[in-house]
Design a protein around this ligand. Structure first.
Ligand code: EPU
Length: 417
């Protein structure tokens, strides 16, 4: 098990480039199952969730290789439709492969997907939507999906699910007729997936809005493409919050600030200066600030659940109170007790966390239990007095590529052991 040692940091200073988003890369890798030729992706982070998705591709008969940070995936020889249990159970992203596998083979076999421990993560809505499109589902130890008669349908989602929207888009691409998704999720990673598929002749309209229409085609056309996925807005947000926490002068490049607009609106105050130009965000901050008031997580374009733990860490030392309501995942507050060990004052009642700002945090030995909670402990560690030891660095590696190098480039004293 790896640990991250984080020493108190007075200020972050420097420049760093943001990689392609984890939550864009996972569905994009799944979408390769729809293609019987090789495609490439620029700036791909070699994070463990991406590597597990690639292992699944390989286990199904596909191939992949990295040339520097360009990832090439070739599913031309893919011939299996069973996602191995031990890989499926490692990541939630494995569920994104079901739609493309059904589209390609008209069948799929899998087990329940795994993922971060942030509360129950059912897949019932994925299965209900597949059923509506004519997929027969057998459930026992394994999940058997078979579609002898796939039918395009109009499907109204009862709530905005990112993964379900992505699965339906991928399945709809190769289903005869018009698939319509009403009340879809609108995340930039979904728009990115659609832009990618359209390069090969997929007929999709309305992504990013409240109605997505997919006109099925027989086959997606070959095109020699190296695609640039959308930048990781959660990595961007995490680094901005780290900078705001300790004070900084830093520039993040390769980003689209519009995707972080909701965070920026919340945290911007007269102790910091932010500039946006081209694909860069420049942030200068003295590290102080007032409590943030009320924050409620909600699907894009509202405040992202994935930045809820990092913003909690930021709020621990602000002057005043921040109240955070988590509406997407029930158990996403597990980091609060670790922050409290470090001297924070966070109380949880149901799905609401109240953070009363304290003057300082103290370095402690703490444990990351989920990806974004782990990132939040790094932010806390940077501003805590002394040294913080974060156990279980592996969960942070799921979504942040060599986080220690990025922090070192910004002048932090951190070490992986
Ligand atoms: N849900 C159901 N049934 C389903 C599917 C989802 O009840 O069949 C519930 C979930 O339990 C959750 C809500 O619906 O309460 C929304 O889940 P959604 O399906 O939108 O989440 P996801 O597709 O599994 C993606 C991201 C998550 C991110 C959420 C919400 C990827 C690989 N994962 O998950 O990212 O938190 O959308 O924005 O895209 C992370 O990066 O740390 C992370 C967890």
């Amino acid at each position: 098990m790896s640990k991250l040692i984080v020493n108190n940091c007075q200020r972050l200073y420097g420049k760093t480039e943001i990689k392609s988003a984890k939550n864009a890369m996972l569905p994009l890798i799944a979408a390769c199952i729809l293609l019987d030729f090789e495609v490439g992706f620029y700036n791909c982070p070699k994070i463990s969730d991406v590597l597990v998705m690639l292992e699944i591709i390989e286990s199904l008969g596909g191939k992949y290789r990295f040339e520097g940070d360009v990832l090439f995936v070739d599913c031309s020889a893919l011939y299996l439709y069973e996602i191995p249990c031990e890989l499926a159970s490692k990541i939630r992203g494995s569920v994104f492969m079901l739609g493309p596998l059904i589209a390609r083979f008209r069948k799929a076999l899998a087990t329940m997907p795994g993922g971060c421990k942030i509360g129950e993560r059912p897949i019932g809505l994925h299965l209900d939507c597949f059923k509506k499109m004519g997929v027969e589902i057998g459930m026992g130890e394994h999940l058997y999906l078979r579609a002898d008669n796939l039918q395009a349908k109009t499907i109204t989602l009862p709530f905005k699910s990112v993964g379900v929207t992505e699965n339906l888009i991928m399945l709809g691409c190769l289903t005869d007729g018009e698939t319509t998704i009403l009340n879809p999720a609108r995340e930039p990673e979904i728009v990115c997936l659609c832009e990618f598929l359209k390069l090969f002749g997929a007929k999709i309209k309305g992504e990013g809005g409240n109605k997505i229409v997919i006109q099925g085609v027989k086959k997606l056309r070959k095109s020699s493409v190296i695609f640039k996925p959308v930048a990781d807005r959660i990595e961007t947000g995490t680094l901005l919050l780290a900078g705001l926490s300790v004070g900084c002068e830093m520039e993040l490049s390769g980003v689209n600030y519009v995707h972080n607009f909701n965070l920026i609106k919340k945290v911007f105050n007269n102790t910091c200066k932010m500039c946006f130009y081209s694909d860069k965000i420049y942030l200068k901050s003295s590290g102080a600030g007032k409590g943030l008031g009320y924050i409620k997580t909600a699907p894009y374009p509202y405040f992202p659940t994935d930045l809820q733990s990092p913003v909690m860490a930021y709020a621990t030392t602000l002057n005043g109170t921040t109240v955070i309501e988590e509406t997407i995942f029930k158990d996403r507050f597990s980091v609060a007790s670790e922050l409290n060990k470090m001297g924070a004052n966070v109380t949880i009642r149901g799905n609401v966390a109240t953070v009363n700002g304290v003057n300082s945090l103290t370095g402690q030995e703490v444990t990351a239990s989920d990806l974004r909670g782990g990132a939040s402990l790094i932010i806390a560690g940077l501003k805590a007095e002394g040294k913080t030891v974060i156990n279980n660095l592996e969960v942070i590696d799921r979504g942040y590529y060599k986080i220690e190098n990025k922090l070192k480039a910004l002048g932090a004293k951190v070490e992986r052991i």
